[in-house]
Design a protein around this ligand. Structure first.
Ligand code: UD1
Ligand code: CA
Length: 449
């Protein structure tokens, strides 16, 4: 039987943050959620998350999973204390207990599996992952005696000689839970931090084994924002490499970020400073960016989006957007349409070949096929209390600076006069115009030259 315990009770003092450390995010997902997601792949019987500092906030952040049980550690007297609290809270301390620090977010399920297999095959009391680091600063140093781990010494407890040891404890352990529970309450806090260290269990258990793996960045622990940014960079590099090998070009790779869930088709060019977030799909032959942000949206084939922002929307094929436009949630822009400069679109549907080229706000609207919306057109959709819809039929020609006071319904092939405020519905093929006639008063004077 496999149980998992994730240590997530600490404050994360070195983050200098009001947010608990494990809730800081890399590539859109919290450190803790990442560790949980890796563990779920192992299909354990149960996952215990040990919370303490801002416990409610940490518990609420976790996406629901029936296997997760929370155990509260209060006060937080160290990693060993966290496991003491767990052993007391759980009736049956049996089978394997995989313990992970909640601040080691890049750990892969394959690596965890390796640890479990090695633990089983050697019938260990505890097996833990170690690696040799060029700069081991901050980690517990692991000292071996023949094949066994003799002791782990924390950075703060090391003497100068011990500090030279590059072999570090990654904070990922597999215990024989029965054996662990026999010694867990004998741990002491006679160290420089006055904490109960989980790492001291290796000296109390007999068969303590190290599984050394190559330092590939996966074992990076996060204690401060420098390490947080290193992990972000490392995860981004691997995401972008995957896309490049699949046929995506990055013009300035370092300046862009891509979510793990994003799908990008072949021959897409990602220009500088472009950010693809959440569940977004970009189909092939698009040019995205520079300076573009797209979240939870679908972009069809052969689209060009520059200097623009798109949220929760559908952009179908052969569409140009930007520069400087904002497509807000629940919009659908159909094929061969064009959204030009400084245009805001919200909760609207534009049929094929429609054009909104300059300085417009289109909200809660349905725009028919091949309709041209003139520069500066505004849908006045809000009456102070409710939002209302604007409908414009196909093949219409909306004059510059038209204001539609919604709710309003225009037929097909309608023309509006430039500068009109449209408050009444109009039928197919009509001209809607509402403005005072120009009067020229002669000999008015004006500026004398
Ligand atoms: C720990 C290890 C160190 C290892 C490193 C790997 C100990 C004593 N040291 O050090 O050997 O090299 O991780 O990254 O374990 N936590 C609790 N309750 C507490 C204290 C901490 O749940 O009372 C949680 C924290 O939220 C964190 C994890 O345990 O997720 C590790 O704690 P942290 O203080 O970051 O330990 P390190 O100093 O990094
Ligand atoms: Ca840590």
């Amino acid at each position: 039987m496999l149980s998992v315990a994730i240590l997530a009770a600490g404050k994360g003092t070195r983050m200098e943050s009001s947010l608990p450390k494990v809730l800081h995010k890399i590539s859109g997902k919290s450190l803790l959620q990442r560790v949980i997601d890796s563990c779920i792949e192992l299909n354990p019987e149960q996952i215990f998350v040990i919370t303490g500092h801002k416990s409610d906030e940490v518990q609420e952040s976790i996406t629901d999973n029936k296997k997760i049980k929370f155990v509260v550690q209060d006060p937080q007297s160290g990693t060993g204390h966290a496991i003491q609290v767990l052993c007391k809270a759980v009736k049956k301390n049996e089978g394997k207990l995989l313990v992970l620090n909640g601040d080691v977010p890049l750990i892969k399920p394959e690596t965890l599996n390796k640890l479990l297999n090695s633990h089983d095959s050697k019938n260990a009391d505890v097996s833990l992952i170690t690696t040799k680091k060029k700069n081991p600063y901050g980690y517990g140093r692991v000292f071996l005696k023949e094949d066994f781990i003799e002791r782990i010494v924390e950075e703060k407890d090391c003497n100068d000689l011990e500090r030279e040891n590059p072999l570090i404890n990654a904070g990922v352990y597999c215990f024989n839970w029965g054996k662990l529970s026999e010694i867990i309450n004998t741990l002491q806090s006679n160290n420089n931090q006055k904490e109960i260290y989980l790492t001291d269990t290796v000296s109390l258990l007999k068969n303590s084994l190290s599984l050394e793996i190559k330092d590939n960045g996966e074992l990076q622990g996060i204690n401060n924002r420098i390490q947080l940014s290193e992990c972000e960079e490392s995860i981004q590099n691997s995401i972008k490499e995957k896309h490049m090998l699949n046929g995506v070009t990055f013009i300035n790779k370092a300046s862009s970020s891509i979510s793990e869930e994003a799908e990008i088709g072949k021959d897409v060019i990602i220009e500088a400073n472009t950010h693809i977030r959440g569940n977004t799909k970009i189909n092939s032959h698009c040019i995205i960016g520079p300076n573009t942000f797209i979240e939870n949206s679908n972009v069809g084939f052969h689209c060009e989006i520059s200097n623009s922002t798109v949220y929760d929307s559908q952009i179908i094929d052969h569409i140009k957007i930007g520069p400087y436009s904002h497509i807000r949630p629940n919009s659908k822009i159909s094929s061969f349409s064009k959204i030009g400069n400084f245009v805001e679109i919200k909760n609207s549907q534009l049929d094929e070949e429609s054009k909104v080229n300059h300085l417009s706000y289109i909200g809660d609207s349905i725009i028919g096929r091949s309709t041209n919306i003139g520069a500066g057109t505004i849908t006045a959709n809000f009456d102070g209390q409710k939002k209302h819809q604007t409908k414009i039929g196909k093949n219409s020609s909306i004059g510059a600076n038209t204001v539609f006071v919604a709710p309003i319904n225009l037929g097909e092939s309608v023309t509006t006069g430039a500068g009109s405020v449209i408050t009444k519905d109009s039928k197919d093929n009509s001209l809607a115009i509402s403005r005072t006639k120009q009067v020229n008063i002669e000999n008015w004077g004006g500026k004398k030259s």
